[in-house]
Design a protein around this ligand. Structure first.
Ligand SMILES: *Cc1c(COP(=O)(O)O)cnc(C)c1O
Length: 223
Protein backbone atom coordinates (compact mmCIF):
# COMPACT_ATOMS: atom_id res chain seq x y z
CA UNK A 1 0.00 0.00 0.00
CA UNK A 2 1.01 3.57 -0.61
CA UNK A 3 2.76 5.13 2.46
CA UNK A 4 -0.30 7.22 3.35
CA UNK A 5 0.63 7.65 7.03
CA UNK A 6 4.12 8.97 6.30
CA UNK A 7 2.85 11.29 3.59
CA UNK A 8 0.03 12.58 5.78
CA UNK A 9 2.42 13.47 8.58
CA UNK A 10 4.81 15.00 6.07
CA UNK A 11 2.05 17.34 4.90
CA UNK A 12 0.70 18.10 8.39
CA UNK A 13 4.19 19.09 9.60
CA UNK A 14 4.38 21.79 6.95
CA UNK A 15 1.00 23.39 7.72
CA UNK A 16 1.07 26.48 9.91
CA UNK A 17 -1.30 26.64 12.90
CA UNK A 18 -4.78 27.71 11.84
CA UNK A 19 -4.70 25.89 8.51
CA UNK A 20 -6.89 22.79 8.36
CA UNK A 21 -6.29 19.86 6.07
CA UNK A 22 -9.06 18.49 3.89
CA UNK A 23 -7.63 15.18 2.66
CA UNK A 24 -8.88 14.73 -0.90
CA UNK A 25 -9.57 11.03 -1.26
CA UNK A 26 -11.37 10.90 -4.63
CA UNK A 27 -10.46 7.83 -6.70
CA UNK A 28 -8.61 6.34 -3.73
CA UNK A 29 -9.85 3.24 -1.90
CA UNK A 30 -11.46 3.23 1.53
CA UNK A 31 -8.33 1.53 2.94
CA UNK A 32 -6.33 4.69 2.18
CA UNK A 33 -8.88 6.81 3.99
CA UNK A 34 -8.75 4.46 6.97
CA UNK A 35 -4.96 4.71 7.06
CA UNK A 36 -5.25 8.50 7.39
CA UNK A 37 -8.19 8.17 9.80
CA UNK A 38 -6.12 6.00 12.12
CA UNK A 39 -3.59 8.83 12.29
CA UNK A 40 -6.32 11.19 13.45
CA UNK A 41 -7.40 12.78 10.16
CA UNK A 42 -11.15 13.37 10.16
CA UNK A 43 -11.87 15.73 7.27
CA UNK A 44 -12.03 14.21 3.79
CA UNK A 45 -13.08 15.65 0.46
CA UNK A 46 -14.65 13.94 -2.54
CA UNK A 47 -15.94 15.20 -5.85
CA UNK A 48 -18.42 12.59 -7.09
CA UNK A 49 -21.79 11.91 -5.56
CA UNK A 50 -21.80 8.16 -6.01
CA UNK A 51 -18.27 7.69 -4.76
CA UNK A 52 -18.78 9.78 -1.64
CA UNK A 53 -22.04 7.94 -0.94
CA UNK A 54 -20.33 4.56 -1.09
CA UNK A 55 -17.48 5.69 1.12
CA UNK A 56 -19.74 7.43 3.59
CA UNK A 57 -21.72 4.21 3.95
CA UNK A 58 -18.76 2.01 4.86
CA UNK A 59 -16.47 4.40 6.74
CA UNK A 60 -16.64 5.71 10.35
CA UNK A 61 -19.49 8.08 11.04
CA UNK A 62 -17.35 10.75 12.68
CA UNK A 63 -15.69 11.58 9.37
CA UNK A 64 -16.46 15.12 8.24
CA UNK A 65 -17.17 14.93 4.51
CA UNK A 66 -16.65 17.88 2.20
CA UNK A 67 -17.99 17.88 -1.33
CA UNK A 68 -15.41 19.68 -3.45
CA UNK A 69 -16.56 19.01 -7.01
CA UNK A 70 -19.01 20.62 -9.35
CA UNK A 71 -22.42 19.65 -7.97
CA UNK A 72 -25.46 19.23 -10.19
CA UNK A 73 -28.69 20.36 -8.54
CA UNK A 74 -30.31 16.95 -9.07
CA UNK A 75 -27.58 15.34 -6.92
CA UNK A 76 -27.95 17.68 -3.95
CA UNK A 77 -30.61 15.56 -2.25
CA UNK A 78 -28.30 12.56 -2.09
CA UNK A 79 -25.46 14.26 -0.22
CA UNK A 80 -27.30 16.72 2.00
CA UNK A 81 -28.30 14.16 4.66
CA UNK A 82 -24.69 13.63 5.73
CA UNK A 83 -22.42 16.23 4.11
CA UNK A 84 -20.68 18.72 6.41
CA UNK A 85 -19.63 21.24 3.80
CA UNK A 86 -20.30 21.82 0.12
CA UNK A 87 -17.22 23.74 -0.99
CA UNK A 88 -17.97 24.71 -4.52
CA UNK A 89 -21.27 26.56 -4.69
CA UNK A 90 -21.30 28.56 -7.90
CA UNK A 91 -24.91 29.60 -8.42
CA UNK A 92 -27.98 30.86 -6.60
CA UNK A 93 -29.88 27.94 -8.10
CA UNK A 94 -27.58 25.49 -6.35
CA UNK A 95 -27.81 27.42 -3.09
CA UNK A 96 -31.63 27.29 -3.28
CA UNK A 97 -31.60 23.56 -3.87
CA UNK A 98 -29.28 22.98 -0.90
CA UNK A 99 -31.62 25.07 1.27
CA UNK A 100 -34.64 23.10 0.08
CA UNK A 101 -33.11 19.68 0.60
CA UNK A 102 -31.44 20.55 3.90
CA UNK A 103 -34.77 21.86 5.24
CA UNK A 104 -36.39 18.52 4.39
CA UNK A 105 -33.91 16.62 6.55
CA UNK A 106 -33.71 19.39 9.16
CA UNK A 107 -30.00 19.95 8.79
CA UNK A 108 -27.83 23.00 8.28
CA UNK A 109 -25.18 22.58 5.62
CA UNK A 110 -22.07 24.71 5.53
CA UNK A 111 -21.11 26.01 2.10
CA UNK A 112 -18.34 27.99 0.49
CA UNK A 113 -18.81 30.14 -2.58
CA UNK A 114 -16.46 29.09 -5.36
CA UNK A 115 -14.61 32.03 -6.75
CA UNK A 116 -13.34 32.03 -10.31
CA UNK A 117 -10.10 33.97 -10.54
CA UNK A 118 -7.87 31.60 -12.49
CA UNK A 119 -7.33 32.35 -16.12
CA UNK A 120 -8.50 28.99 -17.43
CA UNK A 121 -11.83 29.44 -19.15
CA UNK A 122 -12.99 25.94 -18.34
CA UNK A 123 -13.10 26.28 -14.58
CA UNK A 124 -16.37 26.64 -12.71
CA UNK A 125 -17.01 29.33 -10.18
CA UNK A 126 -18.38 32.80 -9.63
CA UNK A 127 -16.43 35.78 -10.88
CA UNK A 128 -15.98 38.47 -8.22
CA UNK A 129 -18.83 40.39 -9.87
CA UNK A 130 -21.13 37.34 -9.89
CA UNK A 131 -20.30 36.80 -6.26
CA UNK A 132 -21.05 40.39 -5.29
CA UNK A 133 -24.35 40.21 -7.17
CA UNK A 134 -25.38 36.97 -5.49
CA UNK A 135 -24.64 38.38 -2.05
CA UNK A 136 -26.18 41.79 -2.75
CA UNK A 137 -29.36 40.00 -3.87
CA UNK A 138 -29.80 39.00 -0.24
CA UNK A 139 -31.94 35.89 -0.80
CA UNK A 140 -29.32 33.82 1.03
CA UNK A 141 -30.08 35.71 4.24
CA UNK A 142 -33.46 33.97 4.43
CA UNK A 143 -31.95 30.52 4.02
CA UNK A 144 -32.04 28.91 7.43
CA UNK A 145 -30.47 25.62 6.41
CA UNK A 146 -27.47 26.97 4.54
CA UNK A 147 -24.57 28.71 6.20
CA UNK A 148 -22.12 30.54 3.97
CA UNK A 149 -18.78 30.05 5.71
CA UNK A 150 -16.33 31.56 3.26
CA UNK A 151 -14.76 31.25 -0.16
CA UNK A 152 -13.09 28.49 -2.13
CA UNK A 153 -10.90 28.85 -5.19
CA UNK A 154 -8.45 27.03 -7.43
CA UNK A 155 -5.44 28.81 -8.83
CA UNK A 156 -4.46 28.40 -12.46
CA UNK A 157 -2.65 25.18 -13.22
CA UNK A 158 0.60 26.83 -14.31
CA UNK A 159 4.28 26.72 -13.35
CA UNK A 160 4.51 30.47 -12.79
CA UNK A 161 4.52 30.75 -8.99
CA UNK A 162 4.18 34.51 -9.25
CA UNK A 163 0.90 34.15 -11.07
CA UNK A 164 -0.37 31.57 -8.57
CA UNK A 165 0.57 33.86 -5.69
CA UNK A 166 -1.22 36.81 -7.32
CA UNK A 167 -4.39 34.75 -7.74
CA UNK A 168 -4.37 33.66 -4.09
CA UNK A 169 -3.77 37.25 -3.02
CA UNK A 170 -6.68 38.43 -5.18
CA UNK A 171 -8.87 35.84 -3.49
CA UNK A 172 -7.67 36.92 -0.03
CA UNK A 173 -8.39 40.58 -0.81
CA UNK A 174 -11.80 39.67 -2.17
CA UNK A 175 -12.52 37.72 1.00
CA UNK A 176 -11.86 40.90 3.01
CA UNK A 177 -14.19 42.89 0.80
CA UNK A 178 -17.02 40.38 1.12
CA UNK A 179 -16.45 39.91 4.82
CA UNK A 180 -16.68 43.65 5.43
CA UNK A 181 -19.61 44.13 3.07
CA UNK A 182 -21.85 41.21 3.99
CA UNK A 183 -20.52 39.20 6.93
CA UNK A 184 -18.96 41.74 9.28
CA UNK A 185 -21.11 40.45 12.17
CA UNK A 186 -20.84 36.78 11.29
CA UNK A 187 -17.86 35.02 12.87
CA UNK A 188 -18.71 31.85 10.95
CA UNK A 189 -17.76 33.49 7.67
CA UNK A 190 -14.08 32.78 8.14
CA UNK A 191 -12.89 30.11 5.70
CA UNK A 192 -10.53 30.58 2.78
CA UNK A 193 -10.20 27.24 1.02
CA UNK A 194 -7.24 27.40 -1.31
CA UNK A 195 -4.15 25.31 -1.91
CA UNK A 196 -3.75 21.85 -3.47
CA UNK A 197 -0.78 19.45 -3.58
CA UNK A 198 1.28 21.55 -5.98
CA UNK A 199 0.53 25.00 -4.61
CA UNK A 200 -0.49 24.77 -0.95
CA UNK A 201 2.81 26.14 0.30
CA UNK A 202 2.03 29.31 -1.67
CA UNK A 203 -1.61 29.31 -0.55
CA UNK A 204 -0.76 29.28 3.16
CA UNK A 205 1.31 32.41 2.61
CA UNK A 206 -1.81 34.05 1.22
CA UNK A 207 -4.09 33.42 4.18
CA UNK A 208 -5.57 30.07 3.31
CA UNK A 209 -7.40 28.50 6.27
CA UNK A 210 -8.15 25.20 4.55
CA UNK A 211 -6.00 23.28 2.09
CA UNK A 212 -7.41 20.53 -0.14
CA UNK A 213 -4.63 18.01 -0.64
CA UNK A 214 -4.93 14.69 -2.44
CA UNK A 215 -1.91 13.53 -4.43
CA UNK A 216 0.71 14.58 -1.86
CA UNK A 217 -0.96 12.28 0.67
CA UNK A 218 -2.48 9.41 -1.30
CA UNK A 219 -0.28 9.34 -4.39
CA UNK A 220 -1.34 9.57 -8.02
CA UNK A 221 -5.01 8.89 -8.74
CA UNK A 222 -5.90 5.93 -10.94
CA UNK A 223 -8.91 6.96 -13.01
C1 LIG B 1 -8.78 16.89 -6.88
C2 LIG B 1 -8.95 18.21 -6.23
C3 LIG B 1 -8.02 18.66 -5.27
C4 LIG B 1 -6.77 17.89 -4.86
O1 LIG B 1 -5.81 17.93 -5.87
P1 LIG B 1 -4.33 17.37 -5.62
O2 LIG B 1 -3.52 18.02 -6.69
O3 LIG B 1 -4.41 15.89 -5.78
O4 LIG B 1 -3.91 17.76 -4.26
C5 LIG B 1 -8.27 19.87 -4.65
N1 LIG B 1 -9.37 20.62 -4.96
C6 LIG B 1 -10.26 20.22 -5.89
C7 LIG B 1 -11.42 21.09 -6.18
C8 LIG B 1 -10.07 19.02 -6.56
O5 LIG B 1 -10.98 18.64 -7.48
Amino acid sequence: MYPVKERLHGVLETLPPGVRLVAISKYHPAEYIMAAYEEGQRVFGESHEQEIREKHTVLPKDIEWHFIGHLQTNKVKYIVPYITMIEAVDSLKLLREIEKQAAKVERTVKVLLELHIAEEATKYGLTPDDCRALLAGGEWRQMEHVRICGLMMMASNVDDEGQIAREFQTAADFFDEVKAGFFADDPEFCERSWGMSDDYSIAVNHRSTMVRIGTAIFGPRVY
